[in-house]
Design a protein around this ligand. Structure first.
Ligand code: ADP
Length: 525
């Protein structure tokens, strides 16, 4: 009876309104009555819906599994097997975006409440006309579209938020890891962002993360003024600034960039990057001192030699013995000059990185004997005795002979120079594990603790009354260190002030390994 009524009510004679409003959606009709299924199909197909039919709730669920595009399900409440209400619960899990309309012959309040609880969107009470069907299905499809759109927007928003969070965290990581201090200010001169490196130069920032007024926390005034000028001029400005307010005053290169909104041209604030250039400044200063020193060291012997020659040429020293003495002095002064020039060239040569080396097996004992012979006159002049203690088991060291000579010569030369009259220099060489150890011990002025720390840096010379009159360049040990590093060796010093020093060098005697950037060959450690 119910079926007959529905068939009659669902006649297509009243379904023409559907053609004017194409719905374009996939609708699933689940009903055990063939008349309802067919009737719904005819009406809905007529308005551009794709209609899928199921005789049972189980079949309906199967359809949902294979067709995720189903937007609306019309489901009969009372069916053999699984009922419509249970279908609603299962469908909610399977297809959360599905909009369900229940078809029922007994539209009681209780059924309505239960169906709504389980997610039904609307009702259709049997018998219903094609227009009623279309009305309800149109609303359901609209709702389904809304739900899908809302979910899509939500997902998009989530994705964007996630993307933004990732971008922000990436940016934060980069800024936080920077060694340079980064200070971001808004147009109101408020410090809105700063990285951990910035905290070092902002000792007045007590609560990291808080927004401060720039004037409250930024020192010195020079830096504050620079940011002010960049804001006014709307252009990037750079300046070296000395940070005198820190416990250890340092230099920074401050680079202030105005931030301008690309679209509106509005000024948004500034980004200031402070690069620590203290070390550069120190090197600059040391180099300036060095140039001074070199100029002085060059002028003194040249002037002395010039003086001796003038005396001889002007006939003021007629005595041949006197002349000879002057020429001898000139030679000594020129010798020292040559040493300075050679040291400078050596540093420049190593510094340039393009060193030509002739690496081969070298006898350390031969090198030490050669250097000792060379420096014996100097030792005698200083009244210093030289002892050699060379193991007969020394394996050859793979090195450039000139560089090996340079290492030993610099150490022995210092041991004589910084010794005391009547002192002693002992050069020892012996195998030590995979190394050959060369030690140069003296009984001289020794080196202070501070001196030991700075000994191998270029141009360092210890300023003590005992060393004031000893000529030197402060380059010898830095040359030794560079060479020892190149050969994968190491150098150590033990020293007691006024008692003496021992410099020890370990050089590996392994076969050289090919491929090394600076010298074309390398060494097995
Ligand atoms: P230079 O001897 O030409 O000044 P070096 O680089 O060889 O340059 O040495 C650097 C400084 O280290 C010296 O000026 C000296 O103060 C200290 N020094 C080096 N060797 C010794 C040593 N054997 N005894 C005491 N001081 C030394």
């Amino acid at each position: 009876m119910e079926q007959a009524d529905n068939q009659e009510n669902l006649g297509l004679d009243r379904g023409n309104s559907a053609e004017q409003q194409p719905l374009r959606a996939t609708v699933l009709v689940i009903d055990d009555e063939p008349g309802i299924r067919k009737g719904c199909q005819r009406v809905l197909c007529g308005c551009a819906c794709e209609v899928l039919l199921a005789e049972t709730a189980e079949q309906g669920l199967e359809q949902l599994r294979v067709r995720p595009d189903i937007a609306v399900a019309l489901v009969d409440i009372k069916m053999p097997g699984m009922g419509g209400l249970e279908f609603l619960s299962r469908a909610a899990e399977l297809a959360p975006e599905l909009v369900c309309v229940v078809i029922t012959a007994y539209a009681t309040i209780d059924t309505a409440i239960e169906a709504t609880k389980r997610g039904a969107h609307d009702f259709l009470t049997k018998p219903f006309t094609p227009d009623e069907l279309l009305h309800v299905v149109t609303r359901a499809i609209d709702h389904a579209n809304l739900v899908r759109e809302r979910n899509r927007l939500q997902a998009e928003r989530q994705r964007r938020l996630l993307q933004l969070a990732t971008e922000q965290s990436r940016l934060k990581t980069v800024i936080n890891c920077m060694a340079d201090a980064v200070l971001v200010c808004n147009a109101e001169h408020e410090l809105v962002l700063y990285n951990p490196a910035a905290l070092r130069v902002l000792p007045r920032v007590r609560e990291p993360g808080r927004v401060y007024r720039l004037g409250e926390v930024l020192e010195p005034a020079e830096l504050f003024a620079l940011i002010g000028r960049a804001c006014e001029a709307r252009k990037r400005l750079s300046q070296e600034v000395k940070l005198v307010h820190l416990p250890e005053p340092s230099w920074v290169l401050a680079d202030v960039a105005p931030v301008i909104d690309e679209d509106s041209g509005q000024f948004l604030g500034t980004v200031t990057v402070l690069r620590d250039i203290t070390e550069l400044k120190r090197v600059e200063q040391v180099k300036a001192q060095f140039v001074n020193m070199v100029a002085h060291e060059l002028r003194a012997p040249v002037a002395a030699v010039d003086g001796y020659l003038s005396v001889i040429l002007d006939g003021l020293a007629a005595d041949p013995e006197k002349q000879r003495e002057m020429l001898q002095r000139s030679r000594e002064r020129l010798g020292a000059l040559l040493k300075l020039v050679n040291d400078l060239l050596e540093v420049a040569r190593i510094e340039a990185g393009a060193v030509r080396r002739e690496i081969g097996p070298q006898s350390v004992a031969d090198v030490i004997v050669e250097v000792a012979d060379l420096l014996r006159p100097l030792a005698a002049e200083k009244d210093v005795t030289m002892d050699l203690c060379l193991s007969s088991q020394l394996p050859p060291v793979y090195a450039d002979r000139n560089e090996l000579v340079s290492i030993v010569r610099n150490l022995v030369d210092n041991a004589i120079k910084y010794n005391r009259p009547g002192g002693r220099v002992t050069v020892t060489a012996a195998p030590d594990g995979p190394y050959v150890r060369i030690s140069v011990a003296d009984t001289g002025v020794g080196i202070s603790e501070e001196g030991k720390r700075r000994l191998f840096s270029e141009f360092f010379r210890e300023k003590r009354p005992e060393t004031a009159y000893i000529v030197g360049t402060g380059l010898g040990l830095s040359i030794v260190k560079r060479l020892v590093d190149f050969y994968h060796g190491r150098i150590e010093v033990e020293s007691v002030v006024n008692e003496g020093s021992t410099f020890s060098v370990w050089l590996p005697y392994g076969e050289p390994v090919p491929e090394r950037a600076s010298g074309g060959e390398g060494f097995a450690a």
